[in-house]
Design a protein around this ligand. Structure first.
Ligand SMILES: *[C@@H]1O[C@H](CO)[C@@H](O)[C@H](O)[C@H]1NC(C)=O
Length: 210
């Protein structure tokens, strides 16, 4: 693929922030949900292949080889193989993935919206069938690209919601305290080091000083 001048800026960003040096091959293609769903519902046999440089997904994922779709990519990315009897992806209109996904057998899991990569397998199936995937997905992505000052959120195991008390590491690598609501909205950011105890974050992200 020829590198056009417009691509340089993007390439710079990707090199600086995207992928650790250990990355092998390109990431999973993005915004493929509608195409994969169409394929899963058709009678085309679907075969999972690694996302290699030679595999192209261009609008129609069957374009290069009927039913061949990438299920693994750089950085150890993995997605579930779509299929009538295994997984019919749940899609947004723009081709991105709904974060909460359900296998045909009823199992629930969370994916990254852009590429359908499995971010979290939900072990204790909630009776409601509802699960908040934003926190598990953010946690998964934050671990992949650890950035100083970024919050690696802790999530409630049963609901997926953000825990009220969170931490981030400052430039001196000290853990600092953050309070947030269950949907991840930051309410209080403390600069006192948590380990020495500034206070506690309670439900709704309310900070209660000691
Ligand atoms: C695609 O649609 C979803 C749901 O409406 C939205 O949250 C997301 O931001 C959209 N993505 C892009 C790249 O526009």
């Amino acid at each position: 693929m020829a590198v056009r001048p417009k691509s340089f800026f993007l390439a710079g960003i990707i090199l600086a922030y995207c992928c650790p040096a250990s990355a092998q091959g390109p990431d999973l293609p993005i915004n493929t949900c509608n195409d994969y769903l169409k394929l899963a519902m058709s009678s085309t046999p679907i075969i999972g292949v690694p996302n290699s440089q030679t595999f192209e997904v261009s609008g129609n994922p069957a374009w290069k080889g009927p039913g061949r779709i990438p299920t693994s990519g750089g950085n150890g990315m993995k997605m579930v193989l779509p299929g009538k009897s295994s997984w019919l992806p749940s899609c947004n209109a723009n081709g991105s993935y709904v974060m909460l996904q359900k296998r045909v057998n009823g199992d629930l899991f969370c994916v990254r919206p852009e590429n359908g990569e499995v971010a979290f397998e939900i072990k204790s199936k909630p009776a409601s069938g509802e699960y908040a995937c934003a926190c598990p997905v953010q946690n998964f992505q934050a671990w992949r690209a650890i950035v100083r000052g970024a919050i690696i959120p802790e999530c409630d195991e049963a609901t997926g919601l953000y825990k009220p008390q969170q931490w981030y590491r400052d430039s001196g690598s000290n853990p600092n305290q953050v309070c947030m609501t269950s949907d991840g909205t930051i309410t209080t950011k403390r600069t006192e080091r948590f380990r020495f105890g500034a206070g506690t974050c309670t439900a709704g992200g309310v900070f209660v000083p000691k």
